[in-house]
Design a protein around this ligand. Structure first.
Ligand code: NDP
Ligand code: 2IT
Length: 446
């Protein structure tokens, strides 16, 4: 590691104690940027990186609510408004018991460069709460969302900060939050993305992250004159991203053989076809059950408490959560012949795992690039809200596909420019960074 990276990271670690995920995300970007800083002394002079690792604003607030027994409950709410150099703050909200400041700072930091890669004018933000929607009634989720929004609404606006979904936040939660915003602001505006179809949502937004991660894998495979046709694929998670990744991989001729949740994984060697996927969608989105029920229904193997990375595959689509592929998992994947990893989740591979993938020379698409289709289609939802029109499924899907191709092209150009062929991590970080950096320089010290 260069002296520059070492001393910069020492400063970041000292100023952000007890935020390991944030430090991990920053370190990956800073390592990629070392050659850029050598070529651009003006970035160093303008203290660009020092500014970029501090969010423009952090809002932390109390969220009290009454459960169904009438007992008061309280959670912490957050919104990290990280960087608005190229557009209003944009990024999801996560509701999960593990949410804390460090997790949201890592996600907000990643979002800045991801959004830049989409080619659309969006800054980066992230928010959420340590509230756990699992096991709560619809009424309790609504009460929580209303209380959360009664504070957050004053910080949002269609040209200021536009949240969306993430883990634990889907159509139901966005509905409750949007309704509260509309009432408090007395305004019907596109202040959320991922809205329902009949109240300003975009077609393909629910599908976009999973579809995008699949299109990105397709683009990486194209560089080796290969395709998803006939490929055995492992997918982790069974939520929004995993479901639509499974759908698109299957449509493009691949066979998805695993899904998971935080309790375990299912392994179905026959593949999760459209009918089985419809069962998963009903199980997860309506019944809110556990993935084990898939194994019970279809009589396949259930790997209790295990992630799916021990299952032999050509391509892996981690689509659950951060650090879900460690060095042992990466070794298992490589030993089994896996040669494509397209990250649907944010930072699902640990730094050791990433290093093993890069050393092995496989096609490794980092989350910032591979899962950017979700926020890109959020950008398309914002465009439709602004012009008060809605585009057809085909139009939105074609635009999403074009954006994923453009993201891939930007990664390849940056890799070539810096002589880092095959390293999509560096390609994505450098390409995403450049646009934000130049905008910050142009706008002066703000
Ligand atoms: P969902 O809440 O719809 O699904 C999350 C899935 O991951 C569930 O199956 C969940 O299992 C599993 N999971 C969550 N946390 C853990 C954990 N700590 N350990 C094991 N499994 C876990 O979320 P999404 O599908 O929206 O998000 C998945 C990933 O994709 C996240 O990293 C998110 O940041 C990223 N992402 C999402 C985008 C979007 O548009 N939704 C866009 C870009 C990235 P269980 O139900 O048991 O908790
Ligand atoms: O991590 C992400 O990119 C998201 N959760 C989607 C953000 C968005 O604003 O659509």
């Amino acid at each position: 590691m260069s002296d520059f990276v070492n001393s910069f990271m020492e400063m970041v670690r000292a100023k952000n104690p007890a935020q390991p995920e944030f430090i991990q995300a920053v370190q990956e970007v800073i390592e990629s940027l070392a050659p850029v800083m050598d070529r651009h002394p003006e970035y160093k002079e303008m203290k660009l990186l020092e500014r970029m690792v501090i969010p423009e604003r952090i809002i932390i607030f109390r969220v009290p609510w009454l459960d169904d027994d009438g007992t008061p409950q309280v959670n912490t709410g957050y919104r990290i408004e990280f960087n608005s150099a190229i557009g209003p703050y944009k990024g999801g909200l996560r509701f999960h018991p593990t949410v804390d400041l460090g997790i949201l700072k890592f996600l907000g930091f990643e979002q800045v460069y991801k959004n830049s890669l989409t080619t659309l004018p969006m800054g980066g933000g992230k928010g959420g709460s340590d509230f756990d929607p699992k096991g709560k009634s619809d009424n309790e989720v609504m009460k929580f969302c209303q209380s959360f929004m009664s504070e957050l609404f004053r910080h949002l606006g269609p040209n200021t900060d536009i949240p969306a979904g993430d883990i634990g936040v889907g159509g139901r939660e966005i509905g409750y939050m949007f309704g509260t915003y509309k009432k408090l602001a007395n305004e019907f505006t596109g202040v959320f993305t991922g809205k329902g179809r009949s109240w300003g949502g975009s077609l393909i937004r629910p599908e976009a992250t999973g579809y995008g991660a699949t299109y990105f894998a397709r683009e990486m495979l194209k560089t080796r004159n290969d395709s998803l046709e006939g490929k055995i694929c492992t997918v982790s998670g069974s939520g929004n991203v995993a479901q639509f990744c499974t759908e698109k991989v299957t449509q493009l001729g691949g066979k998805v053989v695993t899904l998971s949740d935080s309790s375990g994984s299912i392994h179905d060697p026959d593949g999760i076809d459209a009918k089985k996927l419809a069962f998963v969608m009903d199980l997860k989105n309506v019944k809110r059950g556990r993935i084990k029920e898939y194994a019970d229904k279809y009589g396949c193997e259930y790997l209790e408490g295990k992630r799916p990375w021990g299952v032999k595959c050509d391509c892996a689509f981690p689509s659950a959560t951060q650090n879900e592929i460690d060095a042992n998992d990466a070794k298992a994947l490589l030993d089994n012949g896996c040669f494509v990893v397209s990250e649907g989740a944010n930072m699902p591979s640990t730094p050791d795992a990433v290093e093993l993938f890069l050393k092995a020379g496989i096609l490794f698409g980092p989350g910032k690039a591979a899962n950017a289709g979700g926020v890109a289609t959020s950008g398309l939802e914002m465009s439709q809200n602004s012009i008060r029109l809605s585009w057809t499924r085909e139009e939105v899907d074609e635009k999403l596909d074009g954006i994923m191709v453009a993201i891939h092209d930007q990664c390849v150009s940056a890799m070539n420019e810096y002589d880092l062929k095959g390293n999509y991590v560096a390609g994505a970080n450098i390409a995403g960074f450049k646009k934000v950096a130049d905008a910050m320089i142009a706008q002066g010290l703000v």
